[in-house]
Each structure stands twice: as C-alpha cells, then as structure tokens.
Write a protein that binds this ligand. Structure first.
Ligand code: BES
Ligand code: MN
Ligand code: MN
Length: 496
C-alpha cells in the first residue's frame, strides 16, 4: 500500500492540522492540580470528539483519577459485523504480524497523554502558556504552548495521519486502539488498573478487528531537527516525598538551638550523603540489579555524533557533571540517578525569624535502569534513611508513584517498518537511541498486555519540555504526521 497520496494530502492540509492542535492546546489540562479537573475532562472529550469525527468509536473511560480516552478503529475487513465482534479467521498469529496464510490487518495500540505539566513559573513565559503562539525560529515556524510537544502535538501527529488516510485513501489501513491518558505527568497511577480492566478489549477476544500486535508511542525525541530516532529504552522512576519530623512544635532557636534536632539541618545532612565523592549513589543495595552497559553499546554511543558542548550550553552550562567513569550519554541513558526535586521547611517569609521548625520535607526521585525494581529501590532507601536518623527524629515517606524501566527488542517487525517509514518521511536513516526520560506505563504494556512498544518521537532536546516556553517545531509536527502516515501503510502490507 503506497502512502504517497496520503502524504500529499497531509501537505495540503497542514495549516488546518495546526489549527486543530492550537484548539486542543487552549485547554489547560494540568493533571496534578485538582483545580484543573474539569479542564482535564474537557481535553479528553475534545480528543474523543476529534477521533469520532474520523470514524473511531471513542469514549471516555472513568478511572479513580482523570478519564482515559479509549478509541477504536476496525478496518471493514477485520470488523466482522460489529465493532466488538470479529471474524475468527483473523485471530491466528504466531510471533510475527502474519496470520495463518491469510491477509490479516495489523492491530496497533497507540498510546499518548492529553495531560500537561503545570505551566509555572508563569512570569517566565513570553506568551501565556494556554494561548498558543506561532513564532519564527531558526527551523521555521514553531508553536509555543504548554503541551505543544509533550504530548498533545505528538498525539496529533498520529491522529492527523489517520485522518489523512481516511480522507485521501478512503480508509485507515490498520486496526487501531487509541489509549490516551490524563495522568502521565503525575505518574500514571491508575493506568495499571485501566489496562487490567480493558485487557480483553485490547488484546483479547473483544479487541476491535483482531488482537493487538504491539504498541506505538510518540512521546520522545528525534536525534536532531533533520534526523529521526527510534528509542529502544526508557528509564524507570521512583518518586518519594520525605518528611522529617522533629520537635512537636516550632521552637525558638535561641532557647532550643543546639539542644534539639533541627529537621532542616538533619534533612540536609542526610540528602547530602545520598551521593559519594564519585557521584555514585551511596545507598546500600541500590546498584544490585543494575545491568552493566555492554562494550558494544558503549562503542556505538561513543561513535554517535553527539554534541555535548551544545547540549550543556543550551542549559547555560560549560562543563559536564555526573557519575565518575561514564560519558554524558551513558549517564543520561543507562545509569540510575537520584535528584532532589523540591525542598521545604522553616521560615520562608520576609526578613528573619529565629525558628526551629517541627518538620522539613523534600521530594526525592530516582531514575532507574534495567533491571532495577522500583519496590526494591524504595525499600533500600527506607532502610538507609532510617539508619541515618538523629535521635528524636522520625521520617515519613509518601510514595508518589513509580514506573519500571524498559528495553524494547530492536528486531521486532514493527522496528523495520518504522525505520523505513521514518526514512520515507524525513529522507534520513533513523538513529537508535535510549532516553533518560520515563513513560511509566510503557513497561505495563509488556507486563499487563504482553505487547512490545515502538517509541518514535518527534521532540527536540531544546523543546523546553516541562519548562516555560515549551515549543514544538512545525517541521517536526509535519515530520511526525508523515512518519505515521507512512508507517500505517507499511504495517498494513506487513500484515497482508
Ligand atoms: N514525554 C515525557 C518523557 C520523555 C521526554 C521521554 C523526553 C523522552 C524524551 C513524559 O511526559 C514525562 O515527562 N515523563 C515524566 C514521568 C513522570 C512525571 C512520572 C518524567 O520522565 O519525568
Ligand atoms: Mn510526555
Ligand atoms: Mn512530560
């Protein structure tokens, strides 16, 4: 199946696709802040309506948190009467995409998220975060808004590709289940339950058309503005809040200072010993399950044309930093790390107040690599911190969610289809990369549904994700649409 008519259609209708994305970006779907609960639902409904307009059966599925958009498209061939039923002959499959000698329509799960990070600090934005602005940059026009690249813009690369197949070729050539959630930016805590509940509908007998073959996610990055990338590993995450309690009330530091534990002093002391002089994590057992880098991977990454200086200078830095013995890419992609993401305690107001606070707290997160287990890391941390406590202090630990690291096989049939699609869309070979970021539920596709995941993203490292002035290059938006359009065509012919 050729995608050329579809690619031309995308080109002609590009401006309308930008307008649709702008409309979605206007909805402030900040998942972590309860004040935006209704806006999250509105963003979910916007997408469900858009998917319904191109022939998907789309609905909002309730969770304990924000709703999930579940949308299905079964090709006429695979449908077998109703959206829920399907022809039994299409069920058979081995490890490959092919059915038993019969043309089989591939079924893919497309996952993304409609929620966004809080936009603060607001005063650092050049234009309001939910009033998308299109401005000129070195690579042409770019769209500036919270969620532009993470992840609304990237979700729309796929939706626009589906729309173009329908409009230019008459139909979308694959069976598709879209799962677009609203809690990725706060840990996807309800997604495992959602996948358990929806399993039958995604990979079981109730799946639209045929059981799902693999997942596709666009929530990562390209190598650079001209070069596509396929991400084959994500780091996992553990996110904890540590509250150190000391005296039962705030105390006068002249009367009590030096005679009682100060929770801020104590917390700072403990946090300062997480890393040793080589910037390795000093928590006993932390590295137990870390899979060492292979010599092959180290050599491949060393050969990549990665501009460390540019990466650092874009963040205002002149020198590298991190665990001794590893290169920047190795530290970012394949080594576990720990960062304090926030710290609070004591007097924060104007002027001076001599006080020993009764408690202090910090948000502490760990990035994990294969084969670390979030539960084991939390236990190691708990044991270690309890052993560090000064007399009179007590620690409370709140778990804000975790995600396992993941590695995807690079020899999956979807991988070669993706390489060809990315090449067709951008005219260059894709670079195989890992990512330091996390998408907590990706590992769940494997453990809950048995699906491998293809990660093809269209962000750039200077897109300022989670920061003020988040942007998405329209060149990348176009490249993403083209890639998905080409991929859908190639997968369809793989299945047949
Ligand atoms: N899309 C990002 C993750 C990402 C960014 C992967 C860039 C690769 C390249 C995702 O939305 C994200 O921000 N994840 C969070 C997870 C957390 C909030 C549970 C992260 O990595 O911090
Ligand atoms: Mn994202
Ligand atoms: Mn994000």
């Amino acid at each position: 199946m050729s995608a050329s008519a579809v690619l031309e259609h995308l080109e002609r209708n590009f401006d309308q696709s930008v307008n649709r994305l702008v409309e979605w970006l206007r909805i402030p779907s900040v998942s972590t802040d309860p004040a935006f609960k209704a806006e999250c639902r509105r963003a979910a409904q916007w997408l469900a309506d858009d998917l319904a307009s191109i022939g998907f059966t789309a609905e909002l599925r309730e969770t304990k948190g924000h709703p999930v958009v579940l949308a299905r498209h079964a090709t006429p061939r695979g449908r077998g009467g109703s959206l829920r039923g399907r022809g039994g002959s299409l069920r058979g499959r081995g490890g490959s995409l092919r059915g038993r000698g019969e043309a089989r329509v591939p079924h893919l799960l497309f996952y993304g998220h409609y929620d966004v990070q809080p936009p603060d600090p607001l005063d650092l934005w050049d234009s309001p975060p939910f009033e998308p602005a299109i401005v000129d940059g070195p690579h042409g026009r770019r769209l500036i808004a919270r969620g532009a690249v993470d992840d609304k813009g990237q979700v729309m690369t796929f939706v626009e590709a589906c729309r173009a197949w329908r409009d230019a070729a008459g139909s979308i050539p694959c069976d598709i289940t879209c799962v677009i959630e609203g809690e990725e930016e706060c840990g996807s805590v309800n997604m495992h339950q959602f996948l358990k509940d929806a399993k039958e509908e995604i990979v079981g007998a109730a799946a639209p058309g045929s059981p799902c073959d693999f997942a596709v996610v666009s929530d990562t990055g390209m190598w650079d503005i001209d070069t596509p990338a396929i991400t084959y590993a994500l780091r996992g995450l553990v996110y904890l809040e540590v509250i150190l309690h000391g005296p039962s009330r705030d105390l006068h530091s002249g009367l009590y200072g030096g005679c009682v534990p100060n929770p801020i002093n104590e917390l700072a002391r403990i946090l300062a010993t997480i890393h040793d002089a080589d910037r390795r994590i000093a928590i006993p057992g932390f590295y137990d399950d870390v899979r060492p880098l292979t010599a092959g991977e180290r050599a491949e990454w060393a050969a990549l044309d990665f501009d460390e200086k540019a990466f650092l200078s874009e963040a205002g830095l002149a020198q590298g930093y991190g665990e001794k013995g590893y290169s920047l890419l190795e530290r970012q992609w394949a080594r576990p790390t720990c960062d304090v993401n926030g710290i609070k305690g004591g007097y924060q107001g104007q002027g001076a107040k001599t006080v020993i606070p009764s408690s202090a707290s910090a948000k502490v997160s760990f990035r994990l690599v294969p084969d670390q287990d979030p539960r084991r890391v939390v236990e190691a941390f708990r044991r270690w911190i309890n052993a560090q406590l000064a007399p009179g202090c007590r620690v409370e630990i709140i778990d804000h969610g975790s995600g396992r690291p993941c590695l995807t096989p690079i020899d999956h049939p979807a991988m070669s289809a993706a390489r060809a699609a990315l090449k067709e869309a951008m005219g260059r070979d894709a670079v195989l990369i890992r990512s330091g970021g996390s998408i907590p539920i990706v590992e769940g596709f494997k453990s809950n549904l048995g699906l491998e995941t293809l990660l093809i993203g269209f962000g750039l490292s200077d897109d300022r994700v989670h920061s003020p002035n988040e942007k998405f290059e329209l060149k990348c938006f176009r490249a993403g649409q083209r890639s998905h359009a080409s991929l859908l065509g190639r997968l369809a012919s793989l299945g047949g």
